[in-house]
Design a protein around this ligand. Structure first.
Ligand SMILES: NC(=O)c1ccc[n+]([C@@H]2O[C@H](COP(=O)([O-])OP(=O)(O)OC[C@H]3O[C@@H](n4cnc5c(N)ncnc54)[C@H](OP(=O)(O)O)[C@@H]3O)[C@@H](O)[C@H]2O)c1
Length: 354
């Protein structure tokens, strides 16, 4: 089968589509998915480029992709909740990654029926970024002893990024935030309402401006979802004493270990130390800081699917590339790997089977 995979560490300009054996059912709870669409995330490019090589040993070839939407091709003997031909989507766990392929294999505990109102392309854009947003906000709720978001101001930088398009919607329509503030580059300012719908974002700031955060009064933000590396510059904006930061950049060793159990011990310690200093710096300003790394979860994805079906969460696909368009794949992966954005929402790879 065709698979976006690398035979050795390399940058996106040298990514390859390899012909690899299709995965096979080898456990009673296995499900083999015929992939119709999959999406790319920055972590795919980082993994292939060797950014995690000191943290975890990964055998080659490394197949890429966590987000998948497709039809069930085969099931293991114990699977009763699904049948061959069902339309499903999922976020593959670390050990099953490789969704940007003609076929993907995982267990029934990660698979959910595709939202009935979404195409495979739209469905494939949702899992990883939606799980990230949902689990981040739930972590904040837990951090703030279960307080609701009602009456709260939430700052979500990069509101038209892969994570941002979902996080802004969830903050408003699911968690009930009072005010959502976001940042985008100049050309995207007018696109925010058009893409997310009026009333989702209350204030849009051009992050390329000289002092982007001048537009936000100091001490007025209750919750920051840190989607960029620049949370220190945003710290003064948070309310002293009650402000919360949840960061999806720079996870602690503990949080990574929950997803990648074989993380190397020195890196585990180093990441915990860095997280400790970030927490201390935030605490010095009366703000609670925590980081997170998303975990594939069937229960959470079922909720996301229901929200999509009810129209509370819309999929935002900013680009589609075919799996056999190697130049197109490399171009998109280069752009995503650079962290500079450019697209709106997610880039999805469509897989056409011969
Ligand atoms: N912890 C986790 O579990 C987890 C999960 C998912 C993602 N992440 C991480 O979260 C980050 C975002 O992921 P993504 O999928 O949303 O990325 P993405 O779709 O590639 O988007 C990157 C975005 O960053 C914006 N941007 C670049 N520099 C900025 C700045 N200085 N201020 C504000 N916005 C800026 C760009 O906006 P313009 O186009 O307007 O320039 C673009 O929209 C990545 O580092 C990713 O690895 C972590």
């Amino acid at each position: 089968m065709k698979s976006l995979a690398v035979p050795s560490f390399r940058g996106p300009a040298d990514f390859t589509v390899l012909d690899l054996p299709a995965p096979r059912i080898s456990r009673p709870d296995h499900i083999l998915i015929k992939v119709h669409a999959a999406s790319i995330n920055p972590t795919d490019i980082a993994l292939a480029s060797g950014a995690f090589k000191l943290a975890v040993k990964t055998p080659f070839p490394i197949k890429l992709g966590y987000d998948v939407s497709g039809t069930i091709e085969a099931i293991g003997d114990s699977v009763t909740a699904f049948k061959v031909g069902d339309e499903v989507f999922c976020c593959l766990p670390w050990e099953d990654r490789g969704g940007i392929s003609e076929y993907a294999l995982t267990t029934t505990s990660f698979i959910v029926s595709k939202p009935s109102n979404l195409s495979h392309v739209a469905a494939a854009s949702l899992p990883l970024v939606s799980l990230t947003s949902l689990q981040s906000f739930e972590k904040i709720s837990a951090l703030s002893t279960g307080e609701e978001f009602a009456g709260k101001t939430v700052l979500i930088p990069a509101g038209l990024s892969g994570v941002g398009v979902v996080a802004c919607q969830m903050a408003k329509t699911i968690f009930g935030a009072e005010k959502v503030i976001t940042t985008v580059s100049t050309s995207k300012i007018d696109k925010v309402d058009e893409v997310l719908g009026r009333g989702i974002v209350d204030q849009v700031i051009d992050y390329t401006a000289a002092n982007p955060f001048q537009a936000i009064p100091r001490g007025s933000v209750d919750i920051l979802l840190n989607t960029t590396s620049e949370f220190m510059s945003m710290l003064p904006l948070l309310r002293k004493g009650t402000g919360r930061i949840i960061s999806i950049k720079g996870a602690s060793g503990h949080n990574i270990k929950a997803v990648i159990p074989n993380i190397s011990y020195p890196i585990f310690l180093l990441l915990n130390l860095l997280a400790f200093f970030r927490r201390r710096r935030a605490a010095a300003r009366g703000v609670k800081y925590d980081d997170m790394i998303q975990k594939p979860s069937k229960r959470d994805l079922e909720r996301i699917s229901q929200w999509a079906e009810k129209g509370k969460l819309k999929a935002v696909v900013g680009g589609i590339v075919m799996l056999d368009d190697l130049d197109g794949l490399r171009e998109e992966c280069k752009r995503i790997g650079s962290g500079k954005g450019g697209r709106i929402g997610k880039v999805v790879i469509e897989v056409v089977h011969a």
